[in-house]
Ligand binder design. Structure first.
Ligand code: AHR
Length: 518
């Protein structure tokens, strides 16, 4: 008897041939997902990281309400409701202080007694006064409360090598030194051992408008002075390119010697048009489709950057770090900088992007959604004492089962999502096996009109139960508000069947599903 996997593969090939035959109708009614056996690749939990910048209400009136607030429950100024929600979502790391802000930030202004800290102007984000009351100690306290690894982006654009090397010593040096003495004088005896360091941000733009060759030399110089006698091995991340700027990646891979860089960044935002981004919650089907097209580009972008990296680093020692990603729309009328609502469209961006990262986990080992609270594709929005979880939060929480699990390779034969004369694959998927042997498969149907039936076949069989959760809503524009905070939330999925090694499920329009198979 043939293994069911072989039969299933044959069905997929026949379906593909029929679909490709002259005169054939392009629509395939069922999508097929084959799930292979685990290889040695682990889906690094750091792929599920987040980003917090001194921008709009992300830090102030977001994470941080000040240690004198009696109105909002906090621990040393950090909102307790936010910390609890992010812990539940299993946030693995948090990037800070920017973004563009990072290359204007001088860390010594943000330590010591708050009343003595000098203020500055946040030139990138609205020219507002930054009083530096949230600095290194506060950020690292926040990370400890969250149980998340800190990821600090250093100032290369307007800072000095000495300033940077002293920051590393201030946070990490355990012996006696001017910097560890200063840290102790400011109330922290033991080092934090910060592992992840970004060397500048977008040096090709807001970080200094540099050419790649010039940045390479600066990078080499900055990291040279990061060495020391601290316990934590440093993880040095070079500032990467924007979307499909492959020449930036090529120049860095070619000219940064092996052993000098652990990670190389990449930023990709799903934006319809930088001059006309459109409303976050009030959008047409056409705009929705265009956003999905931008989001789907991440597959090709990651694959092409990875291929360039493979040529210089065939053993894949250097990780691709997608340290900014997400949807970007017009700021809500009356909202602070880059404040936007978050709808089921954003849940689609999150689901399909995380599927891509999971599937490329052999190269993508860290990522940061922009930005955690009240800015861009936030997982949390606040208004005074109120806090809501966005559809994106729910996707991140549902997908957290993949963190540190073994990747299972998937092959997807998707029905098309047709819009006019254009098509995108309707269904995307990724899968993993956790340390208890439980398999999780995440599935996304971005088709706004059609339910997608999906058949899944597993290389391994012998399963006896399947359960799962689904995030869906009546309209793709649906979102949570402070009046209706639970409109969009996950529910138990029904109607999934497991028969003879084949699992079938039905994905409603614009839905995200995570199945658990034992
Ligand atoms: O996330 C907002 C901004 O987008 C960041 O500051 C910058 O790095 C990027 O251009």
């Amino acid at each position: 008897m043939k293994h069911p996997y072989a039969v299933f593969a044959a069905i997929i090939i026949i379906t593909a041939l029929v679909a490709a035959a002259p005169g054939a109708h392009a629509q395939i009614s069922t999508s097929y997902v084959t799930v292979g056996a685990a290889d040695s690749t682990v889906i690094d939990r750091q792929i599920y990281g987040h980003f917090s910048e001194h921008l709009g209400r992300c830090i102030y009136d977001g994470f941080y309400v000040g240690d004198t607030s009696t109105r909002i429950r906090n621990t040393r100024g950090m909102r307790i409701d936010i910390v609890e929600a992010l812990r539940k979502m299993k946030i693995p790391n948090l990037r800070w202080p920017g973004g563009c802000f990072a290359d204007t930030y001088h860390w010594k202004d943000g330590i010591g007694p708050k009343e003595k800290r000098p203020s500055m102007v946040n030139t990138w984000w609205g020219g507002v006064t930054e009083n530096n009351s949230f600095g290194t100690h506060e950020f690292l306290d926040l990370c400890e409360q969250l149980g998340a690894e800190p990821f600090i982006s250093a100032n290369v654009g307007s800072g000095t090598v000495q300033e940077f090397s002293e920051w590393v010593q201030y946070t990490n040096f355990e012996g006696k030194s001017p910097m560890s003495g200063l840290r102790a004088a400011n109330g922290r005896e033991k080092p934090w051992n910060v592992r992840y360091w970004g060397i500048g941000n977008e040096p090709w733009g807001c970080g200094g408008n540099m050419r790649a060759d010039y940045y390479v030399d600066l990078y080499r110089k900055f990291v040279t002075f990061m060495t020391g006698t601290w316990r934590t091995p440093l993880y040095r991340i070079a500032a990467g390119s924007s979307s499909s700027d492959y020449s930036w990646t090529e120049t860095l891979m070619k000219n940064i010697p092996p052993g000098m860089m652990e990670g190389l960044g990449l930023h990709h935002y799903s934006v319809i048009d930088w001059d006309k981004k459109g409303s976050a919650a009030n959008f047409s089907h056409d705009e929705y489709y265009k956003t999905m097209k931008q989001a789907y580009r991440i597959e090709e972008i990651v694959a092409k950057h990875s291929a360039i990296m493979d040529a210089y680093d065939p053993k894949r020692k250097v990780a691709l770090i997608v340290d900014e990603w997400g949807g970007w729309y017009d700021t809500e009328p009356g909202g602070t900088a880059l404040y936007q609502q978050n709808t089921m469209r954003d849940a689609m961006i999150a689901g399909l992007t995380l599927n891509v990262f999971n599937n490329h986990a052999d190269r993508v080992r860290m990522a940061n959604l922009a930005q955690t609270v009240n800015v861009l594709q936030a997982v949390i929005l606040t208004e005074g004492e109120k806090m809501i979880l966005t559809p994106t939060y729910h996707v991140m929480e549902m997908y957290s089962v993949h963190q540190d699990a073994k990747r299972l390779p998937v092959a997807v034969r998707s029905a098309p999502y047709v819009e006019g004369r254009d098509t995108l694959p309707a269904v995307s998927a990724s899968a993993s096996k956790d340390k208890n042997g439980v398999i999780h498969v995440s599935l996304v149907n971005i088709d706004v009109r059609h339910t997608q039936p999906v058949s899944l076949l597993f290389k391994e069989d012998g399963f006896s139960s399947v359960s799962g959760r689904i995030l869906s809503s009546d309209a793709v524009q649906d979102h949570n508000t402070f009046k209706e905070p639970m409109k969009v939330r996950p529910a138990e999925i029904t109607g999934v069947t497991l028969k003879g090694g084949t699992l079938t499920a039905s994905l409603p329009p614009c839905s995200v599903v995570v199945l658990e198979i034992k």
